[in-house]
Write a protein that binds this ligand. Structure first.
Ligand SMILES: Cc1cc2nc3c(=O)[nH]c(=O)nc-3n(C[C@H](O)[C@H](O)[C@H](O)COP(=O)(O)OP(=O)(O)OC[C@H]3O[C@@H](n4cnc5c(N)ncnc54)[C@H](O)[C@@H]3O)c2cc1C
Ligand SMILES: NC(=O)c1ccc[n+]([C@@H]2O[C@H](COP(=O)([O-])OP(=O)(O)OC[C@H]3O[C@@H](n4cnc5c(N)ncnc54)[C@H](O)[C@@H]3O)[C@@H](O)[C@H]2O)c1
Length: 479
């Protein structure tokens, strides 16, 4: 056993842990990061990057097919082997050498192994060989251990060796038949990907398709999945699962119906990686999502600072927002606030201050890379109403914009703007349509900047782009 001292110790080298460490070192502190698997975390190897690589080739093919003149040049079908090979490259072939080199160049020390808090300011690392090292943190410990796929307690499911998002993202072959439990983001993206790659896909969407988005988004994705041959079963709940000796998975639904598949993917949400990280040593409950204050310090069940106020939790593990970009945004705030506190500098913890993640509450952007894409920021109409805002909802047919009709023949899409009538600012914006992903940042700026609608009239969209929908929405709202 050996021991080492740093200003800050971070458990988990996913996108969030890496960014915390980077800000700390840039602020003049020393940082060690503990990782038990691959430096880069879920996002790099089993989530954002590989799944988007699985989706991109078929999206490009679809786009070409929607434009006469280009359509004629598309003579073949998608090359699944080439798609999987490109995905392998985007997952860095599940090797983290590149990210380890980056850590070294940034001056961040890597300790490989399982990290566990042993007392306030002390983290024990157990390596693969069982050797332990104790790391001492002078200023703070940051938990950035992320989340894992949640598996429901369905009879026979575990014995049937289900896929989670990891197996789907890293699949080396395309199953003939794929059943998916869950109609959320993973379920719809993987249905889109595997259907295009050649699987016969069934989505068992107990709670609907993209139920947390504006209803029109889920409806359009459902319609499009069905058009491409996916069986989308709304309200379907799984009662039991059995894989037979030949490898076929038999799924029995609560209504008595049966579905057969070669693989079954479970995509019903996430569980925090907090079971075995020593939370009990600092008065917290193993297995729980971590509650945090505005500057992302961990709180116990009574709302009291845990770990003497020197324990932080950022990224998926605090459940504020389970997205890479938002976790990295938290990471910048956490890194900077630890530096500020260590140097005795002023902490800027008011709304939109440097050391808080205010956007987490009402200004989170997300793109679901289905066909059509769903891009949103802020509150849905329903969420705004539930939050007690006096709103006006403005809708526009995205296909009616000149730029859209040029972009693709028969472009179908929809845009919605949710306006806070008391402040005359946009609090929510959703687009569902082909290639809308890159449009959402304009809306994010409008929501975060709380740009008054009167001023937005002066932000003139270029003609003929799909962004002209902004003008159409303002015209529909009225001046
Ligand atoms: C299929 C899928 C697709 C996704 N696509 C997108 C997308 O397109 N865009 C987007 O923004 N988000 C996407 N997400 C969400 C995104 O992957 C997560 O929000 C993000 O990875 C969270 O980052 P993190 O650093 O908090 O955690 P993670 O990425 O989970 O990293 C945590 C790290 O901590 C390590 N660790 C855990 N416990 C310990 C321990 N005790 N000791 C040492 N190391 C430990 C883990 O090995 C891991 O490397 C997707 C998620 C899934 C499942
Ligand atoms: N493009 C992206 O930004 C992207 C892509 C993939 C994943 N992610 C992130 O990863 C996280 C996890 O994705 P996910 O799709 O697993 O979760 P999710 O929360 O998006 O969807 C899970 C779905 O499963 C349903 N469900 C829950 N329990 C169920 C059960 N027992 N049986 C049947 N259905 C059940 C839920 O109602 C929900 O619709 C998301 O929160 C998302 O933020 C993001």
């Amino acid at each position: 056993m050996s021991s080492t001292e740093y200003d800050v110790v971070i458990i988990g080298a996913g996108p969030v842990g890496e960014n915390v460490a980077d800000r700390l070192v840039q602020g003049g502190l020393t940082a060690a990061i503990v990782e038990r698997e691959l430096v880069g975390g879920e996002c790099s190897y089993w989530a954002c990057m590989p799944t988007k690589a699985l989706l991109r080739s078929t999206a490009a093919l679809r786009a070409a097919r929607q434009v006469p003149g280009a359509r004629e040049a598309v003579t073949g079908t998608v090359d699944a082997a080439a798609v999987l090979a490109r995905r392998d490259a985007f997952a860095s072939h599940w090797k983290d050498d590149g990210q380890v080199s980056w850590l070294e160049s940034a001056g961040i020390v890597l300790h490989r192994g399982q990290g566990r808090i042993v007392s306030t300011g002390a983290v024990e690392v157990t390596g693969d060989d069982g050797a332990t090292t104790t790391l001492t943190a002078r200023h703070a410990v940051v938990i950035a251990t992320g989340s894992s796929a949640l598996l429901p307690d369905i009879p026979g499911l575990l014995e049937a060796s289900p896929w989670t998002s990891r197996e789907a993202a890293a699949a080396s072959t395309v199953p003939g038949r794929l059943a998916i439990i869950g109609g959320g983001v993973v379920g719809t993206e993987m249905a889109t990907a595997f259907s295009a790659l050649g699987s016969a896909v069934t989505v068992l969407a107990r709670d609907g398709v993209l139920p947390r988005s504006e209803p029109f988004a889920g409806e359009r994705v459902t319609e499009s999945l069905r058009e491409s041959g996916v069986s989308v079963r709304l309200g379907a709940e799984v009662a039991s699962v059995k894989r037979d000796d030949a490898g076929t998975v038999h799924i029995t639904l609560t209504d008595g119906d049966h579905v057969e598949a070669d693989e079954i993917l479970v995509a019903i949400g996430r569980t925090p990686n907090t079971r075995d990280i020593g939370l009990d040593r600092v008065g917290l409950k193993p297995g729980d999502w971590l509650k945090v204050d505005d500057t992302l310090r961990a709180l116990d069940g009574d709302g009291v600072l845990a770990g003497e106020g020197r324990l932080y939790a950022a990224g998926d593990v605090n459940r504020r927002v389970l997205l890479t970009h938002q976790g990295k945004y938290q990471a910048r705030a956490v890194g900077d606030v630890i530096v500020a506190r260590a140097k005795g500098e002023k902490v800027e913890d008011g709304p939109w201050g440097r050391h808080v993640a205010t956007a987490d509450e009402r200004a989170v952007p997300q793109v679901v890379f289905t066909d059509p894409e769903v891009a949103s920021v802020g509150l849905t109409a329903a969420a705004a109403m539930a939050a007690g805002l006096r709103t006006r909802v403005v809708d526009y047919d995205l296909g009616g914009v000149a730029g859209s009709s040029l972009h693709a023949e028969g472009y179908k899409g929809h845009a919605r703007m949710v306006v806070d009538e008391d402040r005359k600012v946009i609090v929510g914006f959703t687009l569902a349509g082909p290639d809308v992903a890159e449009l959402i940042h304009a809306a994010t700026i409008a929501v975060v900047g709380e740009v008054p609608l009167d001023r937005l009239w002066h932000a003139v969209p270029a003609f003929p782009t799909i962004s002209e929908v902004w003008l159409r929405l303002l015209e529909a709202y009225g001046r």
